[in-house]
Write a new protein. Structure first.
Length: 79
Protein backbone atom coordinates (compact mmCIF):
# COMPACT_ATOMS: atom_id res chain seq x y z
CA UNK A 1 0.00 0.00 0.00
CA UNK A 2 1.30 3.45 -0.83
CA UNK A 3 1.51 6.62 1.19
CA UNK A 4 -1.72 7.91 -0.34
CA UNK A 5 -3.60 4.75 0.60
CA UNK A 6 -2.30 4.96 4.15
CA UNK A 7 -3.41 8.57 4.48
CA UNK A 8 -6.82 7.62 3.06
CA UNK A 9 -7.19 4.94 5.75
CA UNK A 10 -6.30 7.47 8.44
CA UNK A 11 -8.84 10.00 7.10
CA UNK A 12 -11.63 7.44 6.74
CA UNK A 13 -10.90 6.13 10.24
CA UNK A 14 -10.96 9.66 11.68
CA UNK A 15 -14.30 10.35 10.02
CA UNK A 16 -15.77 7.15 11.43
CA UNK A 17 -14.29 7.79 14.87
CA UNK A 18 -15.05 11.48 15.39
CA UNK A 19 -17.67 12.67 12.89
CA UNK A 20 -20.35 9.98 12.95
CA UNK A 21 -22.60 9.79 15.97
CA UNK A 22 -25.01 7.17 14.59
CA UNK A 23 -24.26 3.60 15.66
CA UNK A 24 -26.00 0.41 14.60
CA UNK A 25 -26.99 -2.13 17.23
CA UNK A 26 -24.30 -4.77 16.70
CA UNK A 27 -21.43 -2.75 15.14
CA UNK A 28 -19.26 -0.19 16.93
CA UNK A 29 -18.48 2.38 14.21
CA UNK A 30 -16.07 4.30 16.46
CA UNK A 31 -14.01 1.16 17.14
CA UNK A 32 -13.81 0.42 13.41
CA UNK A 33 -12.60 4.00 12.87
CA UNK A 34 -9.92 3.57 15.52
CA UNK A 35 -8.74 0.30 13.93
CA UNK A 36 -8.55 1.95 10.49
CA UNK A 37 -6.55 4.88 11.89
CA UNK A 38 -4.05 2.55 13.60
CA UNK A 39 -3.71 0.42 10.45
CA UNK A 40 -3.16 3.57 8.37
CA UNK A 41 -0.42 4.81 10.70
CA UNK A 42 1.34 1.44 10.68
CA UNK A 43 1.16 1.19 6.89
CA UNK A 44 2.39 4.78 6.53
CA UNK A 45 5.46 3.98 8.64
CA UNK A 46 6.14 0.80 6.66
CA UNK A 47 5.82 2.56 3.29
CA UNK A 48 8.14 5.38 4.43
CA UNK A 49 10.75 2.84 5.56
CA UNK A 50 10.63 1.08 2.19
CA UNK A 51 10.82 4.42 0.39
CA UNK A 52 13.94 5.52 2.26
CA UNK A 53 15.63 2.12 1.85
CA UNK A 54 15.04 2.14 -1.90
CA UNK A 55 16.53 5.61 -2.52
CA UNK A 56 19.79 5.01 -0.72
CA UNK A 57 22.93 6.30 -2.49
CA UNK A 58 26.32 4.72 -1.77
CA UNK A 59 29.45 6.89 -1.99
CA UNK A 60 32.92 5.36 -2.23
CA UNK A 61 36.37 6.72 -3.00
CA UNK A 62 37.76 5.71 -6.39
CA UNK A 63 41.31 5.95 -7.73
CA UNK A 64 43.12 9.27 -7.19
CA UNK A 65 40.60 10.34 -4.54
CA UNK A 66 37.65 10.78 -6.90
CA UNK A 67 34.21 10.03 -5.57
CA UNK A 68 32.14 7.30 -7.18
CA UNK A 69 28.36 7.39 -6.69
CA UNK A 70 26.21 4.32 -6.97
CA UNK A 71 22.51 4.95 -7.27
CA UNK A 72 20.08 2.09 -7.20
CA UNK A 73 17.12 2.32 -9.52
CA UNK A 74 14.36 -0.24 -9.61
CA UNK A 75 12.22 -0.85 -12.64
CA UNK A 76 9.86 -3.25 -10.91
CA UNK A 77 6.53 -1.83 -9.75
CA UNK A 78 6.04 -1.55 -5.97
CA UNK A 79 4.23 -4.38 -4.22
Amino acid sequence: MTIGGSIALIVIGAILRFAISWSPTYIDIQLIGLILMIAGIVLLIISLVFLTRRRRVVTTRGPAGTEVYEERRYTEPPL
